[in-house]
Design a protein around this ligand. Structure first.
Ligand SMILES: NC(=O)c1ccc[n+]([C@@H]2O[C@H](COP(=O)([O-])OP(=O)(O)OC[C@H]3O[C@@H](n4cnc5c(N)ncnc54)[C@H](OP(=O)(O)O)[C@@H]3O)[C@@H](O)[C@H]2O)c1
Length: 257
C-alpha cells in the first residue's frame, strides 16, 4: 500500500526506501542494557489517547512504522495500563520480516514484556493463550504470592525491584536474556520511568494532525522530569499529513548511555 512516505530530513535521505531511516539506524546497545526505543503517536495538542485508547490517533501509515519498529525489536516493552487499555496480544511478525530477523540473529518473534506492580492482568486474554509465545512479566518482590504463581503458569516472571520496577534492573534482566533492542510502546507511566532514569535512547514520535483528544500526554505529571534534550535524527512525512519524527539521545549517540 502506498502511504507516500517522503524523507524530509536529512534531505533526500533514504531515497525511495524512506523507511530505511528507521530500519538501518545505528542502535548500539550500552554495555549493561539494551538500546531503548520508544514509539508513540500524539495529536497536535500533545494528546496520546482518545477516550482512553490510541484509537483514531493512529492511521494506516502510522501502523506501518509501528509494525516496522516491532519487526526490529528483540522485545516489545509495555506498561500494564496500556496492556489493559489496548487489550494486548502477542506480537505477530510477517514471513517477509522473519528472514532479516534471522540474519540479525534474532528470535522469529519478539516477546511482549509487561511492567506491572499489581499483576492485575487478564490471564485469560489473548496475550497469555499461546504457550509458544509466553509474555515476560516484569514485576516487584512485594506481590501477592498466589497472584505471582498464577502469572508464572502462563508467563515468564522477572523481578526487578522491591516495591517498584527499577528500570536499570529490568533492562539488565532483558540484556541477560540476550536482548539488545527494546521497542517500548508506552504508556506514559513507563516512559516517565525510563526518561527519569536517563534510559531512553530514541523516541519515534508520530505527530498526527488532530486536536481534541484526552488530556493525557506522553509523560505522566509526576515526577517532574529533568530537562533533557534530544537530537532530531530524521523527519518523514506520510499518510494523511502525519509527521514521523525520530529523536535520539545525544548521550546514546556518544555511546555513553
Ligand atoms: N498514543 C500512544 O502512542 C500511546 C502509547 C501507549 C499508551 N497510550 C495510552 O496511554 C494510556 C495508558 O496510560 P498508563 O499511564 O496507564 O500506561 P502505562 O505506563 O502503560 O501503565 C501504567 C502501569 O504500568 C505499571 N508500571 C509502570 N511503571 C511501573 C514501575 N516502575 N513499577 C511497577 N509497575 C509499573 C503499573 O501497572 P500496575 O497498575 O499493573 O501495577 C502502572 O499502573 C491508555 O489510554 C493508552 O491508550 C498511548
Amino acid at each position: 500500500m502506498d502511504h507516500r512516505f517522503v524523507g524530509l530530513l536529512p534531505p533526500g535521505a533514504g531515497g525511495d526506501d524512506v523507511l530505511s531511516l528507521y530500519r538501518d539506524a545505528a542502535r548500539p546497545a550500552p554495555p549493561d542494557r539494551p538500546w531503548v526505543l520508544a514509539n508513540f503517536v500524539a495529536g497536535l495538542d500533545g494528546s496520546i489517547a482518545l477516550d482512553g485508547r490510541v484509537g483514531s490517533l493512529t492511521s494506516a501509515a502510522d501502523q506501518v512504522v509501528f509494525t516496522l519498529l516491532r519487526e526490529l525489536a528483540d522485545v516489545v516493552l509495555v506498561g500494564a495500563g496500556t496492556v489493559r487499555a489496548e487489550r494486548y496480544g502477542p506480537v505477530s511478525i510477517d514471513d517477509a520480516a522473519r528472514e532479516p530477523r534471522a540474519e540479525r540473529g534474532q528470535e522469529p518473534v519478539p516477546p511482549v514484556a509487561v511492567v506491572t506492580r499489581s499483576l492485575q492482568l487478564d490471564l485469560s486474554g489473548q496475550l497469555f493463550r499461546d504457550p509458544d509465545r509466553r509474555p515476560i512479566i516484569i514485576t516487584v518482590e512485594r506481590t501477592d504470592d498466589a497472584a505471582r504463581r498464577r502469572v508464572g503458569e502462563v508467563a515468564d516472571v522477572l523481578v526487578a525491584g522491591e516495591t517498584v520496577v527499577e528500570p536499570a534492573r529490568a533492562l539488565a534482566a532483558l540484556a541477560d536474556r540476550g536482548m539488545r533492542l527494546v521497542t517500548c510502546e508506552g504508556g506514559p507511566s513507563l516512559i516517565t520511568m525510563l526518561l527519569g532514569a536517563g534510559m531512553l535512547d530514541e523516541l519515534c514520535l508520530t505527530l498526527t494532525p488532530l486536536v481534541g483528544g484526552d488530556p493525557v500526554r506522553l509523560v505522566s505529571d509526576a515526577p517532574r522530569l529533568p530537562l533533557t534534550r534530544f537530537d532530531l535524527a530524521s523527519v518523514v512525512s506520510g499518510g494523511r499529513d502525519e509527521l514521523f519524527l525520530r529523536y535520539v539521545s545525544p548521550r546514546a549517540e556518544d555511546g555513553g548511555a
